[in-house]
Design a protein. Structure first.
Length: 104
């Protein structure tokens, strides 16, 4: 089965999505990535693929040609706080950095 996917252009989301789709047993054909949800929904309304997005993104929009199937899945991701070793940081930045080291 082949679908053309339209993805929101958020690198970590796209990578996570692709890994999980491959884990489910198929290779996604990504035809579009972008940041404008209305463009993605227009593509879908015109039969140009499917998309995975946050349900809140489409709740308030009126797209009568789109069917939404809620999914109940937990996808975990890891975040990291990063900063330059070469730059002198403000006292606020250092306080926050120290707080993170102690708290996490």
């Amino acid at each position: 089965m082949s679908f053309s996917f339209n993805l929101i252009k958020v690198h970590s989301f796209s990578v996570c999505f692709i890994l999980h789709v491959k884990k489910a047993g198929f290779e996604p054909k990504i035809s579009y990535t972008g940041t404008r949800i209305d463009n993605i929904l227009d593509f879908i309304s015109n039969g140009m693929g499917v998309s995975l997005m946050m349900q809140n993104s489409i709740k308030l929009l009126n797209y009568s040609k789109i069917t939404v199937i809620p999914i109940d899945v937990t996808i975990k991701s890891e975040l990291a706080f990063v900063r330059s070793k070469l730059k002198k940081h403000s006292s606020a930045s250092n306080s926050f950095w120290n707080f993170l080291h102690k708290s996490l």
